[in-house]
Design a protein around this ligand. Sequence first.
Ligand code: HEC
Length: 136
Amino acid sequence: MKRTILVTLVTLVCLIWYVTADSPRQSRIQGCYGECYEKYVEVHGSFIEELQAQVEAAEADEFSSIRGLWAGCAACHGMTGGGGIGPALAGRKIDDMLKAYRAGETRGAQSALMWSQAGQLTDPEIDLLSKFTVQL
Ligand code: HEC
């Protein structure tokens, strides 16, 4: 009986903490208006300015369109192309290899892993991925 009460109490305390704690679960702007919003704008700029800054950052980064794709590759080839499950790609030109995989060609013993990866890639994506790995 005592145990049940203790467990219930602990659960309640955790629940109250979870609901009230200020954490990244809450979006940064949610519930922030008046003085709070003015302070936010002072630090981050207005919402529009923030969006413009994001757009400018994306335009300045020539690899912005393939960064999402690369995150998938990085799971096996390492974020900086150092290799992992797959071979290291840093500093290497990879367009011909990707086109070979896309065409279903066998290169190494684990080529099947790469067929599905390369199968959906377009030519511009392959060219940009190659440019990206060369400069890693
Ligand atoms: C599930 C893990 C995995 C993912 C995800 C993956 N690869 Fe691979 N990759 C491998 C493996 C394993 C090999 C070796 C294949 C073989 O034996 O031919 C390989 C081989 C390669 C090669 C040939 C390297 C060499 O030295 O022969 C290139 C280029 C390559 N991958 C690029 C990519 C790119 C670009 C992506 C993302 C679009 C990607 N890979 C996603 C596992 C992966």
